[in-house]
Write a protein that binds this ligand. Structure first.
Ligand code: ADP
Ligand code: MG
Length: 689
């Protein structure tokens, strides 16, 4: 690239811009409209209104154009240059901070354009406007002011927005050559879009805010179209490959299933079971993600899929991330499935060799219909006679390879991924775009909402007093800590807290400890002891996060709550409120942490999807690998949350295109093919399965 030496290259790399392609995909984040400087009298009026409205007068961004009347310089540690600036309507005081020697460049009579923050100030008894200058330009004597709309790029400590603008401008023609412009003419025409080149130019040098918005929409659409297209193609390939055994649900199977349950299925459960069974009836393998908040009853839905599989004569496997959870599934599913003749076996790492061998041989011979287990299911040597259904619980706890390993135990099993960590619909559409999604959006009746509070560290004693009160009523409580030993020194460690709890806080109560480094067998013993009521307080790390049910536990105190993501906290508090008792969750935040807005989201809502969307918004989408471009660090121009409607439009077009031309073989789709090839790496990241 022109004008990029090693020094500049290093600064660009710090912003994630490493290749010309990255630079071509670097867009303004915002604009400043510097076309029409405001009359100074107007700026003053606005400043007065603000000062009147709030107690503390606030500043706001303004631009002005005036003639310098008087220049002052204050030569302190931070030099301050100030100038009175007059236009036909009034005068303001412009100030420059930290610009040593600047006073010499400014003379009375100069015409100057300034941009900065304006605020009402009182000096020598009179009220005036002071403008803290961020940008300025001294105009030539005969120069006509022609302000533009100025693009604002994401700048770094060492690289200003203006430097990026200059670089892009200098290299414009080289960068323009990199634009793929792959959107088929037909789609372009339908949306009234111009060429990508025009849009790209407009985005960097817009004629008006409206045209900038239109150009942005055009660019974002193409970006989204590429993502949606890759997903649609992947889905089409899966459907075309087929290879799965269709498992037909006989009429009346749902009623039969319902008849064996102690309670009526929720409407959402019925709907999702129908979706699953429909998928399983096809020769294209099901690849479905079931999302449902903690306690929404995903296990039953899985059971319904297992029943169908068993009816159709194929085996099922259910893989869970921990032994506790797998054991609980096995315990709950076995009686549920018994009336349907489903023979259930468990496979854990901690089983004795004899037991493990026995289970393996039943799987291989087909005597077992459902294997419930941990990673022990995917090791070599575990073979299924005819695996037709693979279920992965808490799917986000497994890697792509592990999920694939389970599926590879058979040619093309129907696959159900389950998660209680809601994936915002926006991510579900992109990162998980090749999965079909089912949502359990209804909790079984009789659930008690969990009341959530945020308390400062210094009031932790109150939280513990509250625990004590509930224990006195016969309830149990969780105390959750983020670490298990002193290695992460700043954190409250489980072991230190255990001592405090046992010695000082609850010397008369039974306090048990559960953490991830305990051997599986011991973990299980602690957890089931707590479930039987053998401890009043369970001090635990986040291993309690997943699925274990203790209906009598009604209080949870989470220490160092700021260390967790919102979705994780939501999942954690799902451990309480599983019985009929009023339940509470107390989130402890450090005293010196300013902003607890994030944690308060949890106090406000129990809707897991809302929490996930909010989490995504607060953390910024860039953190999600799914929106990160491969190679460079430049994120998408489009925002998956903000531009979701646009995404759905692009997706509709991409789906339609793929259904008409699944191989992208038509000549007018050649550019699309090239685009996908070129960006295969990026897409692989965007569309993970
Ligand atoms: P999760 O979605 O978190 O995995 P589970 O499947 O463990 O939820 O269900 C939570 C609890 O709700 C279980 O005790 C289960 O028996 C119960 N449950 C599930 N479906 C219903 C229903 N339709 N009516 C009443 N209780 C239900
Ligand atoms: Mg579950």
């Amino acid at each position: 690239m022109q004008g990029v030496g090693p020094e500049l290259a290093r600064k660009l790399a710090a912003l994630g811009i490493e290749t010309p392609r990255d630079l071509a995909a670097t867009y303004p984040r915002d604009y400043r409209d510097w076309r029409a400087p405001a009359p100074i009298a107007e700026i003053k009026l606005r400043a007065m209104e603000r000062a009147g409205a709030a107690g503390e007068p606030e500043s706001s961004e303004e631009i002005a154009l005036g003639r310098v009347e008087r220049v002052n310089e204050f030569r302190g540690r931070v030099p301050v240059v100030s100038a009175d600036l007059r236009d036909s309507s009034g005068v303001l005081k412009a100030t420059w901070f930290g610009r040593r020697g600047f006073a010499g460049k400014l003379s009375p009579g100069d015409r100057v354009f300034v941009h900065g923050r304006a605020q009402l100030k009182r000096s020598r008894g009179a009220l005036g406007v002071e403008l803290n200058v961020l940008h300025h330009r001294i105009l030539g004597e005969d120069e006509v002011y022609r302000g533009a709309i100025v693009p604002v790029y994401r700048a770094g400590k060492e690289l200003s927005s203006r430097a990026i603008a200059t670089l892009i401008e200098k290299n414009a023609s080289a960068l323009e050559a990199l634009l793929p412009d792959a959107l088929p003419d037909e789609i372009r025409a339908r949306h009234g879009f111009g060429s990508q080149l025009e849009a790209w130019r407009e985005l960097h040098r817009p004629a008006s805010p409206e045209s900038a918005a239109a150009a942005r929409e055009r660019m974002v659409f193409e970006e989204f179209f590429g993502i949606a297209l890759a997903a649609a193609l992947k889905r089409a390939r899966r459907n075309a490959d087929g290879g799965a055994q269709p498992l037909f649900a006989p009429p009346g199977l749902l009623d039969e299933f319902q008849a064996q349950l102690p309670f009526p299925l929720t409407g959402a459960q019925r709907r999702v079971i129908a979706e699953l069974w429909r998928d399983m009836g096809r020769s294209a393998p099901m690849n479905r993600l079931l999302q449902g908040d903690v306690g929404s009853g995903k296990t039953l839905v899985a059971a319904a899929a297992i029943v169908l599989a068993a009816r159709a004569g194929v085996q099922s496997a259910l893989m869970a991330p921990t032994e506790i959870l797998a054991a609980q599934h096995a315990r709950k599913l076995a009686p549920l499935l018994l009336p349907f003749g489903v023979r259930v076996d468990a496979l854990f790492g901690s089983l004795g060799a004899r037991e493990r061998e026995a289970t393996r041989s039943r799987l291989a011979s087909g005597e077992c219909d459902l294997a419930v287990g941990t990673h022990a299911l995917i090791v070599d040597g575990v073979e299924f006679a005819r695996l037709g259904l693979a279920i992965i619980d808490e799917q986000h706890r497994f890697g792509v390879a592990q999920r694939a390993a389970l599926r590879s135990k058979s040619r093309a099993p129907h696959t159900l991924h389950m998660t209680a960590t809601p994936i915002p619909r926006t991510l579900a559409q992109t990162k998980y775009a090749d999965l079909d999604v089912s949502i359990l959006d209804e909790l079984p009746p009789g659930r008690t909402p969990v009341q959530t509070f945020v308390l400062r560290e210094s009031r932790k004693a109150e939280a513990y007093a509250f625990v004590r009160k509930n224990v006195a009523r016969g309830r149990q409580a969780y105390v959750v800590v983020p670490a298990i030993d002193e290695t992460e020194s700043a954190l409250t460690s489980a072991l230190a807290e255990l001592e405090v709890l046992r010695r000082d806080v609850f010397p008369d109560l039974r306090v048990a400890l559960l953490h991830g480094r305990l051997p599986a067998r011991e973990k299980d013993a602690v957890m089931s002891g707590f479930a039987r009521g053998e401890a009043d307080v369970l001090l635990a790390t986040t291993v309690v996060e997943v699925g274990v049910d203790v209906p009598n536990a009604s209080v949870m105190v989470v220490l160092d709550a700021h260390r967790y993501g919102l979705a994780q906290l939501h999942q954690l508090r799902g451990r309480v409120g599983r019985g009929s008792a009023r339940s509470y969750c107390v989130l402890i935040a450090p005293d010196d942490m300013g902003d607890v807005e994030r944690l308060l989201v949890l106090a406000r809502t129990e809707d897991g999807f809302e929490i996930a969307e909010e989490d995504l918004r607060l953390r910024g989408e860039g953190e999600f690998a799914g929106t990160q471009q491969a190679g460079g660090g430049s994120a998408l121009l489009g925002s998956l949350t903000g531009d979701f409607a646009l995404y759905m439009r692009a997706k509709a077009d991409a789906d339609a295109l793929v259904s008409g031309d699944p191989g992208l073989l038509r000549p007018e789709h050649a550019r699309l093919r090239a685009l996908l090839d070129a960006q295969a790496e990026t897409r692989a990241m965007l569309v993970s399965s």
